[in-house]
Design a protein around this ligand. Structure first.
Ligand SMILES: [Mn+2]
Length: 424
């Protein structure tokens, strides 16, 4: 399915008057509104190829219709999102779920939709058909060197696919760990993992980055070999300047202060990438901003402040990606909601009065510090985000237009009701 430009323009014209009133009302209070709008226009969030199909749990899966059955259809879906919001101009692939059979064609197709290839994701958390050795007891940590070697070679293969597609980073999440005390020698597991990562690191092209993602638990429930930011930071530090920590919002223990983690990683120049989602108990797959939007804002406030302190480009210097997979929502509608939540939190963070906050901090005025932060958080920035979309040719209200154009119904007509996205 294609969304013609004139349909977006028609929709925007119908909604323009109401939007303009709302926008002018908020813009009058913001001195640097043009600067903020440009930052919002520039900001792009990568969509992972596995978020386009209905997710499941270990209890079951209830697929929707019209899901993308091939890499080409996944690119088409992300192209639709990007057309609607102009904020999802990148795709993050997972190997082996999305092996490009013809990289040049795939790259050209993505370019037609205005998409580039963000981080490449390897997979040593499940066994593939025909795979020689099993990852049941881990991959890079495994007690058998041959299993470790297989995991290393897989990651090097992923880098090769990424080079062909124009990506420039490898994202590694390891399910490695143990389910019971005594199962693993924790020190040896760390050392084996480090040595394996070092071999992959050695195969990185000069201009590539490697992200080491951490996760507190699951699928292992006693120890995880890259379990928290401290362990990831340790690997990244030992590996070298091309290795960074990747923060996935849902991979922390309950009530962790993620904004502080982000702040310190940025300070140490070791924050590389970001996976957005939300979590209620200890899950990692809820829509970003759906449970705790204030935390998301506080994280963005640290990101903006920390990146500005180092003169970094918000849009280009960190890898931004959504990492969630749902079992009750239309995946495309969910992604539109996710992007909206991210843009709102980013816009609110850009509104924080840094000077006033610093003054409050330097005078220990705790009350004023809270007022400054919450003043930004409680501002309804939706008209700013909509204006940024309007100026870049996207839809004022992407979700509304998605429904108005009956995108899902059209995809079901094209692809059928019983398609299953690869990898899920
Ligand atoms: Mn993740």
């Amino acid at each position: 399915m294609q969304i013609e430009k004139y349909k977006i323009q028609e929709f925007n014209e119908d909604n323009l008057q109401v939007h303009k009133q709302r926008f002018e009302c908020i813009a009058a209070d913001i001195a640097n509104v043009e600067d903020i709008l440009q930052k919002l226009i520039n900001f792009q969030i990568a969509i992972p190829s596995w978020a386009l199909g209905t997710g499941g749990t270990r209890f079951g899966r209830f697929p929707g219709g019209g899901e993308p059955g091939s890499l080409e259809e996944k690119i088409e879906d992300i192209g639709l999102l990007h057309k609607l919001n102009n904020s999802s101009g990148a795709i993050s692939l997972h190997i082996p779920w999305d092996i490009p059979s013809n990289a040049a064609n795939v790259k050209a197709l993505a370019a037609q939709h205005g998409l580039r290839f963000d981080a490449m994701n390897s997979n040593t958390f499940q066994d593939q058909p025909g795979q020689k050795l099993s990852y049941k007891f881990g991959s890079m940590q495994h007690v058998d060197k041959a299993v470790r070697q297989q995991a290393i070679e897989h990651n090097i293969e992923v880098i090769k696919y990424g080079v062909e597609l124009g990506s420039d980073c490898l994202s590694i999440w390891l399910a490695d760990g143990s389910n019971f005390p005594g199962q693993l020698n924790l020190r040896k597991a760390f050392q084996n993992t480090l040595e394996s990562l070092q071999e992959v690191y050695a195969a990185l092209p000069d201009d590539w980055k490697m992200f080491v993602e951490y996760k507190a638990f699951e699928p292992n429930f006693y120890s995880t070999t890259v379990g928290d930011w401290g362990q990831s930071f340790l690997y990244a530090s030992k590996l070298g300047p091309k290795a960074y920590t990747l923060v996935d919002l849902g991979h922390h223990l309950p009530n962790a202060n993620i904004e502080q983690i982000v702040s310190l990683l940025l300070m140490e120049e070791k924050l590389g990438g970001f996976h957005f989602n939300d979590s209620k108990y200890s899950d990692d797959d809820l829509t970003v901003g759906s449970i705790n939007p204030y935390q998301l804002f506080l994280i963005f406030k640290e990101l903006v402040e920390g990146m500005d302190a180092r003169g970094m480009n918000h849009a280009a210097d960190l890898a931004w990606m959504i990492d969630a997979s749902h079992n009750v929502k239309d995946p495309l509608e969910d992604l539109l909601q996710s992007i909206e939540a991210i843009m709102i939190a980013y816009a609110q963070a850009l509104l924080v009065d840094g000077k006033a906050l610093e003054t409050a901090q330097m005078t220990n005025d705790v009350v004023l510090a809270q007022e400054v932060l919450q003043g930004a958080y409680r501002t309804d920035v939706r008209p700013l985000v909509a204006e940024a979309r309007l100026r870049s040719g996207a839809a004022l209200e992407p979700l509304q237009l998605f429904r108005k154009l009956k995108v899902r119904e059209n995809l079901i007509k094209e692809r059928g009701l019983k398609t299953v996205a690869t990898g899920l």
